[in-house]
Design a protein around this ligand. Sequence first.
Ligand code: RIB
Length: 297
Amino acid sequence: MALYNLGSINTDWFYQVTHCPMDGETVAADGCVNGLGGKGANQSVAAARAGSVVHHIGSVGGEGVWAVEQLKSMGVDVTHVAIELTGPTGHALIFVTPDGENRIVIFPGTNRMIEDADVKTALSRAKPKDTLLIQNETNAQAFAAQRAKARGMRVVYSAAPFDLESVREMLPHADLLAVNSVEAAQLAEALGVEITALPVPELLVTRGAKGATWHDLKEGESLFVPAPKVDPVDTTGAGDTFAGYFCAGQDQGLAVAECLELAVGAAALKVTRPGTSEAIPSLSEVRLFLESLPAAQ
Ligand code: RIB
């Protein structure tokens, strides 16, 4: 089977700062580097590094060809990444503090200029049981989800960055909704229901350094896997790494417990490294890391 990912592609600009600027404050960064990012690109790289066949659907500007080449070099099929000459490639400004935490501002650029016709063409190759991944940094999510469902595909929706109206629009199409614990609480409150009463078959809640919980909301079953303890350097992209690994595991027919274990391992390893796409570990690195953990973890 294969994963299709309608997802953002960003140039990530990382600034190492002692603290994030407050209102009216100017902060000088101790370092600045850039690289390939975007929630979509990160998830595609994670799923490819986890061993799945991944077709990315997206758009970059004329100056973003390097990003497409880099995505390709990381094992992702980029046949359906358009070069959109009328807009700039998306980018993100990421402030990383010494505890590894971050604050991010994105400029969507061409990520929000994806043509329905290109989505349709890309999905015309998909087979029933293939998976469509979607996040909130592009346009065309509902269109893509409807096409995917019509083809018998599984739809996985990462509601990040969180936007209530987008979630409302996407929930009827999603087979699996992935959120972090803050988003889960916001969503439950906004809809006036318990998190386990959300109208979606599967729910994945990431809990940062604590781990993650998968809920089968049809059967009323849940599975929690704790995250291995690590010293964080940069948490940027950890959620994307988790989502990409989890979806790849399901795509490859692994049991949910193993999908979760690999996903928390991959995300934990990622946070020990600076950067986003380039910092996502390979499956063999994740397995070695998990084997190296003390039995109690
Ligand atoms: O989740 C991390 C990502 O969010 C970064 O790569 C950045 O581009 C933003 O999309």
